[in-house]
Design a protein around this ligand. Sequence first.
Ligand SMILES: *Cc1c(COP(=O)(O)O)cnc(C)c1O
Length: 396
Amino acid sequence: MSDDRRNTRPETLVRRMPLAEGVSRPVVTPIQPSVVYASPSIDTLHAQYEGRETGYTYAREGHPNATLLARKIDAMEGAEGGIVTGSGMAAVTAALMGLMGAGDHVVGGNQLYGRSLRLMHQDLGRFGIATSVADPTDAEAVRAAIRPETKMILVEVVSNPTLRVADMEGIAKVAREAGVLLAVDNTFTTPRAWRPFEHGADIVIHSVTKLLAGHSDVTLGYVVAKDAALQKAIYDFAVTTGLTPSPYECWLAERGLYTFPLRYDRAEANAAALADFLAGHPKVKRVLYPGRDDHPDRARAKALLGERTGNMVSFEIEGDERAANRMVEAAPQLPFAPTLGDVGTTLSHPASSSHRALTSEARAELGMSDGFFRVSVGIEEIDLLISDFEQGLAAV
Ligand SMILES: *Cc1c(COP(=O)(O)O)cnc(C)c1O
C-alpha cells in the first residue's frame, strides 16, 4: 500500500475513537452492541479469564446490557448471579440440560408451558434424560413420581390455562426430603406475587418476554440457581450452546422493568374486575380466577400469594367453537393472540392453539372445552375493557 492511500484511510473505519464525553452522564442506560472487547494486553486477558480482573471478551459469553438486566431481576428475586437468555425456553433448556445428563430423571408439572412439556416428552429422552409428569396441585402425586435417579422437579406456581395453584409448600418439602432440585418457572406469578427462593426452590426460571418486559416486543429469559456451582454449569451450557440474548432486547426489557410494578398492579386490579363482570354475565358458564371465592384453589392461592391474584383470567362461554369464533370476530379490539403479559389485553383459545394437539377428551379432562378462553389482562381503562367483552359476548 502506498503512503498516499494510508493517509486517505477513511475516518469511519477508525474504531478506536471514543464517544465524546463530558462532565455529565446519560440518565438512560446506553446500548452496548459490541460483540468483541479488546483487552490491553495478554496479561490482562489472562487476568480476566482467571477472574482477577473484570471485563468482557465476547458477547456470547456476556455483555453489559445482559449483565445489568440480570442484576435487576436478581434483585427482584432475591437471587445472585442469574443470567439472561435469548428466550424463556432457552432458560428452561439451560436449567434442564445444563444440570442433567444421561441416566437422570426429571419430574415436571403436568400442565407446564406447552414447549416445556414438549421438551420433556420429545427431546430430553434422546439425550438419555428420563421424564415423568405429575399433578402439582397434589404433592403426594409428585412424591410418587420420584425415582432413585430423579434429579429435579420442574413446576409452575399457577398453571396455564386453567389457573390451578400448585401445592408449592408440599412440593418443596417433597424435594427437600428426596434430595432433589426444585426448579420453579415463575413467569406467571412474577416476584411481585411469589419469590421461589423464599419457599425452598433451588432454581428460578422466567420468560422475561411476558410480564417482566411487558410490551410484546422482546423475547428473553432468565435463569438462576441458588448454588454457585450449579449456576456456573447453567452459564457454561448457555454460552456453549449460544442461548445468548441480544443487547438491544436486554435494553428494551430493562426499560420495561421500570414500570413492571405499576403494570402488574393495574393489570391485576383489572383482572379482578373483569373476572367479576364475566362471572355475572349470562353467556358465561364458568370463570377461573385465583382471587375469586369460587376458584377451586382459592384457599391455597390466598395462603401462598396473599392478596396477589395475578392478571390471568380464564372463562368458558355457553356454546361450542363456532360460538367462540363469533365472540373473537365481534371484538377485534381484543387481540386474539397466544401470548401473555402485554400492556394490552390479549385473548387466547387453548383448544385451537396451545392445546390443539390434544384430543377434545384430553382437553375436557384438563377442564378446557371448545368454549374455553384465557385472557391476559392488560392495563387499559377497565370500563373500556368491559365494554369490549360485552360486545364480544353479545355475539355468542
Ligand atoms: C412463554 C412461557 C415460556 C417460554 O418463554 P419464551 O420467552 O416464549 O421462550 C416458558 N414458561 C412459561 C410459563 C411461559 O408462559
